[in-house]
Design a protein around this ligand. Structure first.
Ligand code: 13P
Length: 288
């Protein structure tokens, strides 16, 4: 199976009332775990790559080659999109060139007119190649220098403007935050989500900051048009915990327990487990 645009898989999800997970990748183990989970669950999946992770993996082209190689050698038959997460204007263009099948251009920090102009330009380039585009309105909060900010709430009118530019999906801040949620988090703003859903002509909506949102809130958000949910931190947390348990129990000192293929296996298994649980929760299992 070749990489596919996220547009048809998300339109199907929106119509049928479930969400497709975007799981961020960092390396070979992450990628293999997420693809394996998707295949076993018969679920469509979106592999998210931040610009930082792309750099870490030595560049977007390497990422495309690694993922395409795995689709082939792992016999992946479910739909897989390779998506740039929170891309800059230049980053989005580079990923389109490198062979990504989907990009996010995050212009949420620009004034709305500039966000519109830049989003339009990316849509024009991506459309020519059949690549899906995610735009963002109302930036997603998150931890920065140890300070956790409250997620911004998007203006539904600005969402309507950006949604009408031919983008495939729209990320709108509704009080969601990247990373772990603080104790005093107010929850997702369902009223605003409902309003955005009503003013954006059934465009698939994207929920960032998927780690730590209570299950009932996730299900409710899906009922108002959320069709793509991004999860990153949760996979990192379970990977780290499983690796810590392996080392703390001294297993790396038993036989060839230090072999990286053994050392990284518990973390790899932990990612598979989380991704499968999310697919069940989001309703994408058996929707390939
Ligand atoms: P979390 O790290 O909070 O799961 O958020 C992921 C995300 O939204 C990536 O864009």
């Amino acid at each position: 199976m070749k990489l596919v645009s996220a547009k048809p898989m998300l339109e199907k999800a929106r119509k049928e009332g479930y969400a497709v997970g975007q799981f961020n990748i960092n390396n070979l183990e992450w990628t293999k775990a997420i693809l394996t989970a998707a295949q076993e669950q018969q679920s469509p999946v979106i592999l998210g790559v931040s610009e930082g992770a792309g750099k870490y993996m030595t560049g977007f082209k390497t990422v495309v080659n690694m993922v395409e190689g795995m689709l082939d050698t792992l016999n992946i038959t479910v739909p897989v999109a390779l998506h740039l997460d929170h891309g800059s204007f230049e980053g989005a263009k580079q990923c389109i060139e490198a062979g990504f099948s989907s990009v996010m251009f995050d212009g949420s920090h620009y004034p709305i007119e500039e966000n519109i102009a830049k989003t339009k330009e990316i849509v024009a380039i991506a459309n020519e190649k059949g690549i899906s585009v995610e735009a963002e309105v109302g930036s997603i909060g998150g931890e920065e220098d140890g300070v956790t900010g409250t997620g911004e709430v998007a203006d539904p009118e600005e969402c309507r403007m950006i949604a009408s530019l031919g983008v495939s999906m729209l990320a709108a801040g509704i009080g969601n935050i990247h990373g772990q949620y603080p104790e005093n988090w107010q929850g997702l703003n369902m009223e605003v989500l409902k309003e955005i859903g009503e003013t954006t002509n059934n465009i698939p909506l994207v929920l960032h900051g998927g780690t730590g949102i209570p299950n009932a809130m996730v299900t409710e958000a899906i009922s108002y048009g959320v069709s793509k949910i991004n999860v990153n931190t949760e996979c990192q947390l379970v990977f780290a915990a499983a690796t810590r348990a392996y080392i703390e129990s001294g297993q790396d000192k038993v036989g060839k327990g230090f072999d990286p293929r053994k050392l990284l296996k518990p973390g790899y298994d932990a990612i598979i487990k989380v991704v499968k649980e999310k697919m069940d929760l989001f309703g994408s299992t058996e929707k390939a």
